[in-house]
Design a protein around this ligand. Structure first.
Ligand SMILES: Nc1ncnc2c1ncn2[C@@H]1O[C@H](COP(=O)(O)OP(=O)(O)O)[C@@H](O)[C@H]1O
Ligand SMILES: NC(=O)OP(=O)(O)O
Length: 313
């Protein structure tokens, strides 16, 4: 029987926020992913990188305070480092978890670049928060360098970078080949390293791609049977956080579009997941999207929990 081709997108819950938290979190994540491998799913995994790329960016920038001749790493290099750092932890935890269950399987991370449009409107209105909180003087210095900053109420200033839309996944053929060979692949981490194509060269862009957008694009490019988005809530809710909050077990894209108009989804958190789901389903109408959390995914894939989004009910 053909294996079910699945793209799994991991959010903050799966990785934690610090090196030590990530070390512990990935062990729990690996168990949930190994359960899916045991269910005979062919897994391609992608993940968020906000806390990780911020930590790396902060470290690379702070070095300059001590070593004045030091050149800080650009954002695209920080993105590449975050893919290696997160991929390293996931691939080793998952490999160990699978071996403990008697399933020897290669798990590998592909350093993935994603092309973006240099004229994407996001470059004119950056929204993705990056790095540590800064004082007003430091924020001023960033502005002088041509970087964007925003003030967070009571917490100082933070850098913001653009979150342009993904165009093409440069290493998609390598990802597809490994996935089709039955290997577990971790790809497009942190949305992929954003690059701009100039003649035959790829130039890193000062941006961070939204990981939900790339998860949808990856599922589309692999013609996946399902996109599983593992996040901090067990399912999607109507009237989220209100007294009449209602868990939604299924959702058609028509209903999803209606709920978007009603502003039922948080702008910086659930909305990009729903938009990614709609984009993927329009390209792969026979597919489905499961939104669940690490705690309930084992049941949710059996139809007991989570929210399943499909083209039609
Ligand atoms: N309608 C909704 N249903 C469920 N969760 C929602 C909804 N609207 C906003 N959210 C929020 O979206 C969050 C998930 O997105 P996010 O915090 O960005 O997680 P991740 O790191 O997994 O991407 C939930 O924890 C919840 O607070
Ligand atoms: N790249 C990205 O969207 O990461 P976060 O989900 O951590 O913000």
């Amino acid at each position: 029987m053909m294996k079910k081709k699945v793209v799994v997108s991991l959010g903050h819950q799966a990785l934690g926020y610090t090196t030590l938290q990530q070390w512990d979190a990935v062990k729990i994540t690996a168990k949930a992913l190994a359960d899916l491998v045991e269910e005979d799913y062919q897994l391609t995994i992608t993940h968020s990188n906000g806390p990780q790329v911020s930590m790396i960016h902060k470290a690379m920038t702070e070095l300059r305070r001590v070593y004045t001749d030091y050149t800080p790493a650009p954002m695209c290099v920080c993105s590449a480092m975050s893919q290696g750092y997160v991929g390293f932890d996931i691939q080793n935890s998952l490999r160990a978890e699978l071996l403990s269950r008697g399933i020897p399987k290669t798990v590998s991370t592909i350093l993935t670049q994603v092309t973006v449009d240099p004229y994407d409107e996001a470059f004119y209105e950056p929204t993705k928060l990056i790095g540590r909180n800064m004082s007003a003087e430091e924020a001023e210095a960033e502005l002088e360098k041509g970087n964007y900053v925003v003030e967070e109420a009571g917490q100082g200033f933070r850098r913001v970078v653009a979150a342009p839309k993904p165009i093409d996944i440069v290493e998609i053929e390598a990802i597809r080949l490994l996935a089709e060979a039955g290997q577990v692949v971790i790809a497009c981490g942190g949305g992929g390293i954003p690059v701009i194509e100039q003649n035959h060269a790829l130039q890193g862009a000062s941006a961070v791609i939204e990981k939900d957008s790339i998860a949808g694009k990856l599922a589309e490019d692999l013609n996946a049977d399902q996109l599983i988005i593992l996040t901090g809530v067990p399912c999607i809710y109507k009237n989220y956080g209100k007294e009449d909050q209602e868990a939604l077990s299924t959702l058609s894209i028509t209903e999803a579009q209606k709920y978007i108009e009603e502003k039922q989804f948080g702008e910086g958190n659930m909305l990009p997941k729903i938009e990614a789901a709609i984009a993927y389903l329009k390209a792969c109408p026979k597919g489905s999207v499961l939104i669940a959390s690490l705690d309930n995914v084992a049941d949710a894939v059996k139809g007991k929990g989570g929210t399943v989004i499909t083209m039609n009910p």
